[in-house]
Design a protein around this ligand. Sequence first.
Ligand SMILES: [Zn+2]
Ligand SMILES: [Zn+2]
Ligand SMILES: [Zn+2]
Length: 316
Amino acid sequence: MNSLFDNAIQSIQLGVDDYQSHDPRRPISAVRNFYAGVLLLAKEVLVRAAPNADPKDVLSARYKPVPDGAGGVELRPTNNTVDFTNLPERFKDFGLTIAQGPLTELNRIRTDIEHYYTDKSREHVREAIAKAFPVVSELFRQLHESPSKLLGKTWATMLDVRSVYEEELAACKGTFQKINWKSELLGKVTLLCPECGSHLVEQTHPDNTDHQCIDVKCRLCGAETDAERIVEVALEKYFEHETYFATRDGDTSPLHDCPECSVTAYITSSEHSGCLWCGETLGECARCSDELTPDNVSWDNSQLCSYCDHMTSKDD
Ligand SMILES: [Zn+2]
Ligand SMILES: [Zn+2]
Ligand SMILES: [Zn+2]
């Protein structure tokens, strides 16, 4: 075994040991170690994919051009190595795959736990371990190594953590079973706690069927949230990537404030067009036939785009 792989195994083991300890200071250490271990494991996958290359060349996040003394330049790796933000891209360049969602989630939990340490932090570490479990499992598969052999009882603990978490998640999801979401999209978005980001949120009154009357409580931090907010936060998360790229490229983002109900639930995407909260759907502008969106509709007259409304009011 080489040291990178050794370190990966040790970090994951340390992280899970920290998690199991009931010392209140250990959750931060747990999530740091676990995070580091998963990152090292991913790096090992990359290094093994190019066995003849210098690992520094494989893992550097940036390269700087340096004159090669013969009129050209050579690219030298800097000391910054890939992290969770650029790992998915490096995997892709190597023809490998890694799930981005759980990595982003683990990174978020790591940042949150360092900033807002609470007595519920142990539960958040459990969620982090449970979420990262499929990634760790997949990385071991890509390495053709046995996690149960190498991680020993740590692997057994991770399996337990995962199954306890899955059970709780299923129980939480069950409380929303009777909701008539009125749209396929709203039925499939992931609900999460606006305060702590946990997916372990449950409906306070599981017999409720109306999506506008949902009251939600977080099993981890205890925060109570009303229906509007839970829908807005879930949609914001669901469209996070699309919104980011739309903003970056100067395109229209898919999520808008609804001109009818003001809830940030009006969608203009290939998947859906209209408000998921109140059902409002803007049609075409009655004057120029352009498709109406919350961005171009006249807020005084929802039959017209703001340009046509302006033009007709000038005619009067
Ligand atoms: Zn919460
Ligand atoms: Zn609406
Ligand atoms: Zn118009």
